[in-house]
Design a protein around this ligand. Structure first.
Ligand code: NAD
Length: 377
């Protein structure tokens, strides 16, 4: 008999082509009359279009969003929002911009509208990841969740093929960890499987034809579903690894997820057979870890952490940080095993599943346990 707890979400979602034209009415529905638009320096053209749509309801654009949400950028943005008396923030962009919107919301209580232009999925989760110095921390306050998310497929057409592929694999990683999450529920499992089906179907098409609108819609749909899984269930080892690597070495987010995912799936696979069966069905492939490695490789995605700028001595430091905090994972996490798969990921080697008798020494094992606050993004 199934036993589960399902936590629903309250975000309004508008999905389609040309849906950005609804932004003024969605802002009005939230009683937002002084909207501050957020973007990265590269998205100012799209931000300008939204500003034109909003007319006098737009009070400015803050175009300094940056990866991993540096707190100094957030402080500057909060001051800017205060100076223009914003009553709402609208984030147009990927996870970096949406992360800034969330960080502002938790500090000011301002409602958020989000227009995602990548497949990161942050808009559907209350997880706020922030970087101070070289340390990345996450929390999960309810007020971080955008009130309304408008997915406009047209905004993703400019997303280059190579970055679309890694961003899509980032979304797949949310789905993969939702499939074996300790607190997964039937809804999350179904959403995660459907997300994987959509993304494995659409990303190869986008890699060849980035202007294929149907494939773009399929990928964005998959990204929405995968992002929806991020909110209600706890992510595990994979997200922890990427979170540590991003914070400690400034590695690019989506690319890091793409390189790491097959290695963590290889490690966790023996303890998560139901999840592995769903992944292999979506790919399709005989083995989930090898299938994910080959899938990314065929699409020209990076395979080695060293190619992303990670220094080799960083492997030891990363392994230490990855095992330091308690969090739940389907397979007990140990420094020796983490060091071993990080070494393979660093060099770009195929994933490898350690056998049961090669299991970590008990003294350095993190036993599966529920730890509040163990949310990584
Ligand atoms: P990003 O937001 O940094 O965007 C990458 C680059 O792509 C930027 O230069 C941006 O300007 C450009 N870009 C975005 N959309 C484009 C488009 N349609 N056309 C052309 N260029 C476009 O990258 P990301 O991978 O979306 O987000 C990464 C960040 O999001 C990280 O900080 C990560 O920690 C965070 N994140 C958080 C969560 C969460 O739940 N909290 C989930 C996923 C990612």
């Amino acid at each position: 008999m199934k036993t589960f707890v399902h936590r629903g979400q309250i975000t309004k979602v508008v999905f389609g082509s040309g849906t950005r034209s609804r932004i003024p009415e969605e802002a009005e529905a939230l009683e937002c009359r002084r909207v501050l638009i957020l973007c990265t320096p590269g998205r100012v053209d799209q931000a300008a279009e939204i500003r034109d749509l909003l007319g006098t309801a737009a009070v400015g654009t803050f175009a300094e969003a940056a990866p991993h949400t540096p707190v100094e950028v957030t402080r500057k943005a909060v001051a800017h929002a205060g100076s223009v008396e914003a009553d709402c923030v609208l984030s147009i962009g990927g996870g970096s911009t949406i992360g800034l919107g969330k960080a502002i919301a938790v500090r000011t209580g301002l409602p958020q509208l989000a227009l995602p232009t990548t497949y990161a999925g942050s808009e559907m989760s209350p997880i706020v990841g922030e970087t101070e110095g070289r340390r990345k921390t996450t929390r999960r306050p309810a007020e971080a969740l955008p009130k309304t998310v408008v997915y406009d497929v047209d905004l993703t057409l400019t997303f280059p093929a190579a970055t679309s592929v890694v961003s899509g694999v980032n979304a797949m990683a949310h789905a993969v960890e939702a499939l074996y999450a300790q607190d997964r529920d039937p809804v999350a499992f179904l959403l995660a499987g459907e997300a994987l089906d959509s993304l494995t179907r659409s990303l190869p098409v986008i890699a060849r034809r980035p202007d294929d609108r149907e494939a773009r819609a399929d990928a964005l749909y998959g990204a929405w579903l995968a992002g929806t899984c991020l909110g209600p269930v706890d992510m595990a080892l994979h997200h922890k690894v990427c979170h540590v690597l991003g914070g400690a070495f400034g590695l690019p987010h989506a690319e890091t997820h793409t390189v790491v995912l097959p290695h963590v799936v290889a490690y966790n696979g023996p303890m998560a057979p139901e999840a592995m069966a769903r992944i292999t069905r979506a790919l399709p492939a005989d083995d989930a870890a090898s299938g994910l490695f080959d899938f990314a490789g065929k699409l020209g995605a990076p395979r080695a952490l060293r190619d992303l700028g990670m220094p080799e001595p960083g492997i030891e430091q990363a392994a230490e940080l990855i095992v330091r905090d308690g969090y739940w994972n389907p397979r007990p996490v140990d420094r020796t095993a983490v060091r071993a798969f990080l070494t393979r990921a660093w060099a770009g080697e195929r994933p490898w599943t350690p056998a049961g008798d090669e299991h970590p020494r008990p003294d350095s094992v993190i036993e599966p346990s529920v730890t509040t606050g163990a949310r990584h993004a």
